[in-house]
Write a protein that binds this ligand. Structure first.
Ligand SMILES: [Cu+2]
Length: 654
């Protein structure tokens, strides 16, 4: 916007500090990438102290994944194992906060694979894993052959430290590649642009660091209390060639309340269509939209093509986010051809974990209320040994969410389909439609939303929480537990208020489930789990419950027993969980802390009873995980050239 000379002088003289002048970090850059060659991906990744350079801040000292902001993009393919040799290279500061459900443990960490449909059990996406300063952990994450291509992200998820680490910039994009034919030609051929957007809020971080007892994070902003960086850059410029499609992979890698409210206003000079949300293709692409209220932690894939040259500002809720500059095609006479419309009614792959559940009834007992309020879910504060709801594997599950006008509700492992709103309106109604799948959802105009998911692939822990990480760190996080009906697993709800929750019922491993092509290999390099933290986060339940657990574990105070009733499992969890019985004395928990999986589930394997429509994947060249010991400081591998698109038959389910 052009201001007159007088008003410019007036504004700068009276309203803005002298340092607040138009600033930019220049042309938009893409994060570096670590790519699967189609045969699994093994990476070394560290959380380290680092400095970030941007015109937005003079001093910017923080914690970074891979040493950069954002960290390197991780690109995997369906059917891959992702092995992450993860090291926490932070130094443990003295006197940091260790209080439960508070901003605490700033130098302790772990990883979450946000949006990935993968196991929530270790050595996969289990966010109860704790990697303390100086320790390491080898994540082994299996992306099923039927995993849909999409845009996700990776960030630390250590309870108490989520805010300080994510809000400090520790995050990276995770992409599951499309297979040939998965997407329409204009999408497959589009230039890809990653737009990793991260919020920095100096005032909030002052409070978070103070309560955490942290002296590492330090930021000296030039541009006010809060600002958003795109790929680590302040107000960069994105160039697009007129007449050509770009696929924007927008990640709102955030931790606070506000949806991104991405606004792409080009006066009709550019076509702008929603393609996918939270890494899942919508069922009515191309959905033309210029305003995107992407929930905290959500993603939007957006197709953009400009018919004219020109320059426009793309905004977020904080104002200018980046400039979009459309330039004439090189070489020719400037002819711009936009005559071919985007593909309509495209048959995107629809794996069974993304089945349309709008007209299918929830399984008996599987429709439960989940109420987000007062830093609790259904009145329960964080407790890693307690589960909010139990789900029998194979069930269609309904969650009647209450509180989503203020709390971005997020599910790990299983994304969910919106099945009913209660009063949605305005831009919310354009962006959020019944039938859409999400993994995180806040809808300002509809405090109540019903969602469904089909629990048809993975057993075990499935974290659910508010993605305002300030709330989550203060207790607004629990997990649901998916159990095997063969072992008595049923659907059960915790009531909305004064809920008791459920402990993990005894389960036995599936007996004849399909095996992953690359079964988990005992990995001698896997380091033992970091020792139990001196102050275990497991707390006595805040609301002592008079009743014993519905399924009391035999001898909960005894150490986990090797499979007495179950056949020996190869490679029992190499990472023993902190033994609750060794914890310092705590007031008698009324819900007995259970030794975590007495019977380790082969959680990375497709569950038994996985739908037969998911054909076993084509055998890949067997590749053993490398057995090398993770080396100490090792920089992320350099980007490999994007591999040529080879035909790898996609298993479609429908
Ligand atoms: Cu919240």
């Amino acid at each position: 916007m052009k201001l007159s000379l007088w008003s410019s002088l007036f504004v700068s003289a009276f309203y803005l500090p002298s340092s607040t002048v138009a600033q930019s970090d220049g042309a938009l850059r893409q994060p570096s990438a670590l790519s699967s060659n189609g045969n699994n991906l093994e990476i070394d990744l560290s959380l380290v102290e680092g400095q970030h350079n941007t015109v937005a801040a003079d001093t910017f000292n923080t914690r970074l994944l891979g040493g950069t902001l954002p960290g390197p993009t991780v690109r995997v393919r369906a059917g891959d194992w992702l092995y992450v040799n993860f090291e926490n290279e932070l130094n443990q500061q003295s006197n940091t906060n260790t209080a439960p459900n508070d901003f605490a443990f700033p130098d302790s960490t772990n990883l979450h694979f946000h949006g990935a449909h993968v196991s929530g059990e270790r050595p996969g996406d289990d966010t109860t894993i704790v990697v303390d300063a100086g320790d390491s952990y080898r994540y082994e994450v299996f992306f099923p052959q039927f995993h849909l291509g999409g845009t996700h992200w990776i960030h630390p998820h250590r309870h108490g430290a989520g805010t300080i680490q994510v809000a400090g910039g520790a995050a990276q994009v995770l992409i599951v590649e499309d297979e040939p034919g998965d997407v329409p030609p204009e999408v497959e051929n589009a230039e890809e642009v990653i737009l990793m957007t991260q919020l920095f809020d100096t005032a909030r971080m002052d409070s978070v660091t103070r309560r955490s007892g942290d002296n590492l994070f330090e930021i000296d902003s030039n541009v006010g209390d809060d600002f958003i960086l795109v790929n680590g850059q302040y107000r960069p410029t994105l160039e697009i060639t007129a007449g050509e499609w770009q696929r924007w992979r927008v990640v709102w890698a955030a931790w606070d309340r506000n949806p991104l409210d991405l606004s792409i206003q080009t006066n009709g000079n550019c076509e702008v269509n929603l393609l996918a949300k939270d890494g899942i293709y919508i069922n009515d692409y191309p959905r033309p939209l210029t305003f995107y209220p992407i929930s905290t932690a959500g993603r939007a894939d957006i197709m953009v093509r400009c018919r004219n040259t020109g320059s426009w500002t793309v905004n977020s809720y904080l104002g200018d986010l980046f400039d979009l500059r459309s330039v004439a095609p090189p070489g020719g006479n400037g002819a711009i051809d936009v005559s071919t419309p985007p593909t309509s009614n495209y048959d995107f792959p629809q794996p069974t974990y993304l089945n349309d559940l709008r007209n299918r009834n929830p399984t008996n007992g599987c429709a439960c209320d989940t109420y987000l309020s007062n830093n609790r879910l259904n009145g329960i504060s964080y407790n890693p040994n307690l589960f909010l709801h139990e789900v029998a594997l194979g069930s269609i599950v309904e969650r009647r969410l209450d509180g989503v006008a203020n709390h971005p509700y997020h599910q790990h492992v299983y994304p969910f389909q919106i099945t009913q709103f209660f009063g949605v309106s305005g831009s919310d109604a354009d962006y959020h439609k019944v039938g859409d799948y999400h993994d995180v959802l806040m809808v300002r105009s509809s405090n109540r939303v019903n969602v469904r998911y089909e629990a048809n692939n993975f057993h075990g822990r499935m974290a659910v929480h508010c993605h305002r990480l300030t709330h989550s760190d203060e207790g607004m996080i629990l997990a649901e537990i998916v159990t095997n009906p063969d072992d008595g697993g049923v659907c059960r709800c915790s009531p909305r208020d004064n809920a008791q929750g459920f402990t993990r019922p005894p389960t036995s491993p599936p007996t004849n489930g399909p095996q992953p092509t690359n079964p988990p290999v005992p990995s001698p390099t896997t380091l033992p789990t970091p020792n139990p933290t001196p102050n275990p986060t497991p707390n006595p339940t805040p609301n002592p419950t008079p009743n014993p657990t519905p399924n009391p574990t035999p001898n909960p105070t005894q150490a986990p027993q090797p499979g007495v009733t179950n056949p020996p499992i190869p490679d029992p969890t190499p990472n023993p969980t902190p033994n609750p019985t060794n914890a310092p004395p705590v007031p008698l928990p009324t819900v007995a802390p259970q030794p975590l999986p007495t019977t380790p589930l082969p959680t990375n394997a497709p569950a038994p009873g996985s739908t037969p429509t998911q054909k076993p994947k084509k055998p890949k060249k067997p590749k053993k995980p490398k057995t090398k010991k993770p080396k100490k400081p090792k920089k992320p591998k350099t980007k490999k050239p994007k591999k040529p698109k080879t035909k790898r038959p996609r298993k479609r389910n429908n």
